[in-house]
Design a protein around this ligand. Structure first.
Ligand SMILES: [Zn+2]
Ligand SMILES: [Zn+2]
Length: 258
């Protein structure tokens, strides 16, 4: 089916009666006559107002790690090396956003995954436009894990975000070796686990401003390793967009977070 926005209004009205639009996060259907689910009107991302308020954090964030902070930099980041040229985050990994991420990681959660990408664009599209990104690149899973899972949240989010931002999305990174699950390791072992775990072809990366997309950021080790690979391959800049940022103390239930 064509994207809803491309259909004439009378077709959409008919579709809404047959298939009332439902919020991708809470699943509540709209009343076809009032055109809004109980949580409020569906935004362009297909998530209702109540869920958007729960999933999207609006407090100012640290420009280095994405943690909530006033004044542009959190205390933990003073004196730490920078892992990227800029970062945007939908919210902290907890409550409704944690539940949404875990659901979106499953093949059945694909629509939610896509809409989380839409929400990232809705919230941070202006910042991403200001970065003058050339290409959107998902943090890759090792092919074996990707195959076992049947889906990759980072990939789905990256595609949707790129589509909404009218940017190309390309798998310019690959896993050059399998790694242990990041959350099976203590925080201090995670950087070593992913060091040199990625590869990129210089001819596809050179001179480009890359927006790296991942689902959950914990210690930042995965993002740092990806950035290093991209910079070595000649990337002009590496920005980061993630759905959720988990505390540094470690993580639960999210096998791929780094
Ligand atoms: Zn909802
Ligand atoms: Zn910080």
């Amino acid at each position: 089916m064509a994207p809803r926005s491309l259909l004439p209004a009378w077709v959409m009205a008919g579709l809404d009666v047959l298939f009332p639009p439902a919020c991708a996060a809470c699943g509540r259907e709209g009343d076809p006559w009032s055109d809004a689910p109980p949580g409020g009107a569906l935004g362009p991302s297909g998530i209702c107002g109540a869920c958007v308020a729960e999933l999207v954090a609006t407090a100012p964030r640290c420009g280095r790690c994405g943690a909530e902070a006033t004044g542009g930099r959190c205390r933990a980041c003073h004196g730490r090396p920078v892992d990227h040229d800029g970062i945007v985050v939908l919210g902290d990994y907890g409550g409704g956003l944690r539940a949404a991420v875990l659901r979106a990681k499953r093949p059945a959660g694909r629509m939610l995954a896509e809409r989380l990408g839409g929400l990232l664009h809705e919230r941070h599209g202006a910042a991403i436009a200001a970065w003058q990104v050339d290409v959107v690149v998902p943090v890759p899973m090792h092919w074996r894990r990707r195959w076992l899972r049947g889906t990759s949240l980072a990939e789905t989010v990256a595609r949707r975000l790129a589509g909404d931002a009218r940017l190309p999305c390309a798998g310019l990174l690959r896993r050059s070796r399998p790694t242990a699950l990041q959350n099976s390791l203590p925080p201090e072992g995670r950087r070593a686990n992913v060091r040199d775990a990625f590869a990129a072809s210089p001819h596809r990366v050179e001179g480009r401003r890359v927006l790296l997309v991942d689902d959950v950021l914990t210690t930042g080790g995965t993002v740092a390793a990806c950035r290093q690979t991209l910079v070595r391959a000649g990337a002009a800049a590496v920005f980061v967009a993630v759905i959720a940022r988990a505390g540094r103390g470690g993580d639960d239930g999210d096998p791929d977070s780094g």
